[in-house]
Design a binder for this molecule. Structure first.
Ligand code: C2E
Ligand code: MG
Ligand code: MG
Ligand code: MG
Length: 285
């Protein structure tokens, strides 16, 4: 009997495994078809310097204009293709599309640095730097230093040897890096010293709660101090209110991104938004 049930259990596991493979395969095919049908779009969220009022750049954020389900946020579809080969194709589409957009903006006189999110899986591919170099050559009018790659703090530290090398190769081409959602991982200061990341992005969870939670305020303060000690830039994400902006300024964090400044928007709205953004500072320190 024992032998019998063992066999059944094995059979069940086998079926669950097949089922998982099938689901993965379906996710891949759906995403490939979305790429072919041109259903993926990049939204852009402005970044500003709260002290000077200057618009310092924009972050490209992927959306899926799904024919049945409407505009899908990344959380609704990126996890289903995580670590699958198709995620590399999507990642390359994101970079190519951001470069094409920057080139188009430049042609109309708008010089805007753009940051693009990169997954750990992308960064673990040795071909990543080569492909990036090819894409930069295709859009030769865009200077590499205007592109910033946002890497999750956690993924940058996952495979330090490999990822560090890929980052250094890209950095040598002039591309900048930011460590995204900084503070949510277990960043060792040694890693920070070794990684060629010019910017630390304070995670929005800390920014959001820093006015009520002394622990979160301490983290925000800590990251700002860390950035200063390592001569890195620091930007706060999730800046939703003036109070948040003022607090950040008083701590010494001038760069910000968040709904309180602008929500992510389609690319065509960016030039008008930039033109209408008041040059004078909105927040007084
Ligand atoms: P992230 O890179 O940390 O991007 C910031 C997220 O916070 C965006 O969500 C943005 O819309 C949202 N956000 C901005 N300001 C505020 C605010 O004031 N309050 C609140 N509550 N949220 C704010 P989104 O667009 O849904 O993206 C979620 C995550 O998906 C991103 O987090 C990033 O990790 C990932 N992602 C987005 N686009 C791409 C992409 O092209 N490739 C990869 N690999 N990941 C991407
Ligand atoms: Mg990001
Ligand atoms: Mg983030
Ligand atoms: Mg995030």
């Amino acid at each position: 009997v024992a032998k019998q049930s063992g066999k059944n259990a094995y059979h069940l596991f086998d079926m669950a495994h097949d089922e998982a493979i099938k689901t993965q395969h379906e996710s891949q095919e759906r995403m490939r078809s979305a790429l072919i049908q041109n259903e993926l779009v990049l939204y852009y969220q402005p970044k500003v310097n709260m002290r000077t009022g200057q618009v310092t750049g924009a972050e490209a954020l992927i959306r899926w204009a799904h024919p049945q389900h409407g505009l899908l946020a990344p959380a609704a579809f990126l996890p289903t293709i995580e670590d699958l080969p198709v995620s590399i194709e999507v990642g390359e589409w994101v970079i190519a599309s951001a470069l094409a957009q920057m080139s188009a903006w430049q042609a109309m006189g708008l010089h805007l640095p753009v940051s693009v999110n990169i997954s750990a899986y992308q960064l673990q591919q040795s071909r990543f730097a080569i492909r990036l170099n090819e894409l930069l050559a295709t859009y030769a009018d865009v200077h590499p230093s205007w592109i910033q790659l946002e890497v999750l703090e956690t993924s940058a530290l996952e495979d330090m040897g490999k990822v560090g090398q890929v980052m250094r190769d890209c950095h040598a081409m002039g591309v900048h890096f930011a460590l995204d959602d900084f503070g949510t991982g277990y960043s060792s200061l040694t890693y920070l010293k070794r990684l060629p990341a010019s910017t630390l992005k304070i995670d929005q969870s800390f920014v959001r709660d820093m006015l009520d939670d002394p622990g979160d305020l301490a983290i925000v303060n800590g990251v700002v101090g860390l950035a200063r000690s390592f001569s890195r830039e620091v930007i706060a994400e999730g800046v939703e209110t003036c109070l948040h902006g003022e607090k950040l300024l008083s701590i010494g964090c001038e760069l910000a991104q968040g709904y309180g400044i602008a929500r992510p928007m389609p690319a065509h709205q960016i030039p008008e938004w930039v033109a209408n953004w008041h040059q004078e500072a909105r927040w007084s320190a």
